[in-house]
Write a protein that binds this ligand. Structure first.
Ligand SMILES: [Ca+2]
Ligand SMILES: [Ca+2]
Ligand SMILES: [Ca+2]
Length: 356
């Protein structure tokens, strides 16, 4: 209790900083050991209001070190909005490489000067560079303080971890083949142009399942729209019913449903940024609907007919090749699929959709 009071008093001397919000360091996972500075507390500055906050590409807030006072990891306002430049004290702080989780950049200790979080050159060979594991939210590795030696983020018992923000794991266009047999065509959220996945099955895009990993339940707070990628004025709001399904393993499925289905022969972009609080990572995904385009190249032509004919002869099952079961009758690839794609493939000009 004494210690806490002392911390609050000391905080009165902190400079005013613009922080992104209260700490998101987890209770019980706030301590790391410095070889010359003792325990550091990443969470409790000013009752948590100014503790360390982990954002997508940087940290903000203050660490309290019992023997050397405050350590500032950044003010939460990088000049470019993304990362601290660390070319002068005005725009300094600790950054996160959002591809690898590696930390880099500088923190400032009021009594010990700079702490260098970029230990990639010295320690990567040993797998001990300072870094954040996105899945668990925990920090690993070592930080170097020029006047205070190593700060250990890698202790098996006392380590620092944040509440990891929700992140999208998978996207898929779903169809019910026969009754109760839902099959997925996976979508790549990074894809653009002519490699964007195609929903080839009858009745076009009806259900998109988005799997989100999160440490706590969440709500979809804003309407989710499918936007015509080539005509952004055209939008189609999704129904959410049920909104979010708990898969029981820290993942949830957000089921987006359109009824009637999205018009065929268009490219859509669906962006969940702003719809799920604190969602990070690649939040938008494109998908196009081109009935009968079993090859997924964005155009239904005689090539698809040939493809289906081949699949028919080889008796590939639709579980493995859902895009081939154009009729969604759940059986093997059969005559109905061929007829449907042939009907479409004979139209001139060939039915197609392209994405920007
Ligand atoms: Ca994307
Ligand atoms: Ca095709
Ligand atoms: Ca079929």
């Amino acid at each position: 209790m004494l210690k806490l009071t002392y911390m609050v008093l000391i905080l009165a001397t902190l400079p005013n900083v613009a922080l992104g919000g209260p700490t998101n360091i987890r209770l019980g996972y706030e301590f790391a050991w410095g070889e010359n500075i003792g325990w550091t507390n990443w969470r409790d500055a000013n009752g948590g209001d100014e503790g360390v906050r982990v954002e997508t590409t940087f940290l903000s807030g203050f660490i309290w070190a019992e023997n050397v006072g405050w350590i500032n990891v950044g003010d939460g306002s990088p000049v470019d909005g993304v990362r601290y430049a660390n070319v002068d004290g005005l725009d300094s702080g600790v950054n996160i490489d959002d591809a690898t989780g590696d930390l880099f950049g500088l923190a400032w200790g009021e009594n010990i000067g700079w702490l260098n979080f970029d230990t990639r050159v010295a320690l990567r060979a040993y797998g001990q560079q300072a870094r954040l594991d996105f899945a668990s939210g925990r920090f690993h590795g070592y930080v170097w303080a020029e006047n205070a030696g190593w700060l250990n983020l890698d202790d098996a018992t006392h380590f620092v971890a944040c509440v990891p923000p929700p992140v999208i794991i998978t996207w898929a266009s779903m169809k019910e083949h026969d009754t109760g047999n839902w099959l997925a065509i996976p979508l790549d959220p990074h894809a653009t142009n002519d490699v964007v996945a195609v929903e080839s099955r009858a009745d076009g895009i009806e259900v998109i399942d988005v799997t989100v990993r999160a440490s706590a339940p969440f709500a979809v707070t804003d309407p989710v729209l499918a936007v015509d990628a080539n005509n952004p004025g055209l939008t189609y709001p999704a129904n959410l019913s049920p909104a979010v399904i708990d898969n029981g393993d820290d993942t949830w499925t957000v089921m987006l449903e359109w009824s009637p289905s999205l018009p065929d022969l268009k490219c859509y972009v669906i962006d969940l940024a702003g719809c799920i609080p604190d969602l990070v990572g690649d939040t938008d995904c494109m998908v196009r609907g081109v009935k009968g385009d079993v090859s997924g190249n964005g155009i239904t032509d005689m090539g698809d007919v040939a493809n289906l004919k081949n699949a028919n002869e080889q008796s590939w099952h639709s579980t493995n090749w859902p895009q081939y079961d154009v009729t969604c009758n759940g059986g093997l690839i059969e005559m109905g699929d061929l007829v449907q794609s042939k009907t479409w493939g004979e139209q001139v000009p060939f039915p197609q959709a392209s994405c920007p």
